[in-house]
Write a protein that binds this ligand. Sequence first.
Ligand code: 5GP
Ligand code: ZN
Length: 110
Amino acid sequence: MDECIFCRIKRGDLPATVVHEDDHCLAFHDKFPRAPTHLLVIPKKHLPDLNALGEEDKALVSHIMLTIPSIARKQGLEAYRMATNIGAAAGQAVFHLHFHILGGGPLSPL
Ligand code: 5GP
Ligand code: ZN
């Protein structure tokens, strides 16, 4: 996992503007934002993508899904989009599971 940039951010080896941290997940600003507010929420556990989740990750996923609205609320986002890319052909560039939170202004339709 040494080269995974999100694991490096998690360890504090790479700088990031962190807006939330708890025992299971971390949220920080995307370095190349594509919306006025563009956050990334990652599990601390290294998982390549959504497809890598197993039964043992049920509590983790549930925790992240329950935490995202609270992060968005604290960032003042009334409306936002949450998205996760699975696979390079879908646009995934970092292979550590992450949820994009995009908001702070009108978003283009999907
Ligand atoms: P993906 O394309 O894999 O769904 O999303 C990866 C995201 O990570 C992209 O939106 C990209 O801008 C962001 N990103 C890439 N490198 C860094 C980095 O070093 N720091 C932060 N904060 N975001 C990054
Ligand atoms: Zn990682």
